[in-house]
Design a protein around this ligand. Structure first.
Ligand code: SF4
Length: 286
C-alpha cells in the first residue's frame, strides 16, 4: 500500500489512490470523513447508463467474479492502516481524519455481483476483527434495480446489523424520465417494489441527482412526479429515512457530458423545501 502521495480531497475519487484492487479511500463531501470504498465492478460494468455517470469506459453488464480472499485481505489491511498506520496523517486533510463508513459503491452496480451476500459477510467479519467502532456505517450505493432478488435482500438484512444504510437511486419518478436520465427501461411499479423491499430490509435513503440538461433544470412535471411517487409510498406506510439531494460534483464520462451542468444552490433548496413538506428530511449538497 502506498503511504505517500497526494492529499485526498473531494475531487479526488481515484479508485487507484491506495493502489489496491477492490478497496479505495474517498474523502466524501456528503459523508464528511473518509469513506472506505469497495468497488466490486472492476470491469466498469453496470446494468444502467446514467447520463451523468462518472465511470470511464462504462459498459453494460454485471460485476465479474469477486476474489473474496483478496478483497478480505485488502479490507482488513486498509482498515488496520487507517486505524493504526499513518495514512490519515499523510494522505487526508486534518478536518476529515475519521472513518465515516465502508461504502459498497464503485464502477457499476454492486448488487449485480453474484458474491454480494458473501461480501457483506466478509465485511461483518473484518469489522469484528479490527474492532471497527459501531458508529462507522456500512453503506450500499445502488440503483436499486436488483433489489427484487432474494439474495440481495438477504445481504441488505445482514447490512442492517452493521449500522447499514442503503442509498437508493431515484433521479426521476417517471418511466420517460428514467429512460432519459438513467438510460433504463423500467416501470415505476418495479421501482416502487424494489424500494419497498429495500426499506423493509435496511434503513434506506433516496439518492437523487438533480441537474440541468442543455441549460434547462428538471421541469415542474419532473418535480411533481417525484413528489407524487414519494407521497404515495409514505401514504402506504413505506418510509425512507430521507432524501440525499445533490447536483453534479464531477464531470460525467458519458457522451452527454457537455450538455450537463450543476444547478444553483437556490434551485436545489426550492426542491428540497417541496420534499420537506412531505415530512421527509432532506440533506443536500449544492
Ligand atoms: S447506476 Fe451508478 S454506476 Fe450505473 S450508470 Fe448510473 S451512475 Fe453509473
Amino acid at each position: 500500500m502506498r503511504r505517500t502521495g497526494k492529499i485526498l480531497n473531494v475531487a479526488n475519487h481515484d479508485r487507484d489512490s491506495a493502489a489496491l484492487g477492490y478497496v479505495y479511500p474517498v474523502v466524501s463531501r456528503r459523508a464528511g470523513g473518509v469513506s472506505v470504498g469497495i468497488n466490486l465492478n472492476t470491469n466498469n460494468a453496470c446494468n444502467w447508463r446514467c447520463i451523468y455517470c462518472q465511470v470511464p469506459d462504462l459498459t453494460r453488464g454485471a460485476a465479474p467474479t469477486v476474489d473474496l480472499v483478496v478483497l478480505e485481505n485488502e479490507l482488513r489491511d486498509f482498515l488496520n492502516e487507517l486505524l493504526h498506520g499513518d495514512f490519515m496523517q499523510s494522505r487526508v486533510p486534518e478536518s476529515a481524519r475519521r472513518i465515516n463508513d465502508i461504502a459498497l459503491s464503485g464502477n457499476g452496480e454492486p448488487t449485480s455481483s453474484a458474491e454480494f451476500v458473501q461480501v457483506i459477510e466478509l465485511i461483518a467479519r473484518v469489522r469484528r476483527e479490527v474492532a471497527l467502532p459501531e458508529t462507522v456505517k456500512t453503506v450500499l450505493i445502488t440503483n436499486g434495480s436488483l433489489l427484487y432478488r432474494g439474495e440481495v435482500q438477504q445481504g441488505l438484512r445482514a447490512m442492517a446489523k452493521l449500522n447499514g444504510e442503503v442509498w437508493f437511486k431515484l433521479d426521476r419518478a417517471s418511466e420517460a424520465g428514467m429512460q432519459h436520465v438513467n438510460d433504463t427501461r423500467t416501470s415505476m411499479n418495479k421501482v416502487r417494489d424494489n424500494l419497498i423491499a429495500a426499506i423493509a430490509c435496511c434503513p434506506t435513503w433516496l439518492q437523487t441527482c438533480w441537474f440541468a440538461l442543455d441549460g434547462e433544470p428538471p421541469s415542474r412535471q419532473d418535480e411533481d412526479d417525484y413528489l407524487e411517487f414519494v407521497s404515495a409510498l409514505l401514504h402506504d406506510g413505506h418510509k425512507p429515512q430521507g432524501v440525499l439531494l445533490y447536483s453534479l460534483a464531477r464531470s460525467s464520462m458519458q457522451a452527454e457530458a457537455p450538455r450537463l451542468s450543476a444547478l444553483p444552490a437556490e434551485h436545489l433548496q426550492a426542491f428540497a423545501d417541496r420534499i420537506g413538506k412531505l415530512g421527509l428530511p432532506v440533506k443536500f449538497s449544492p
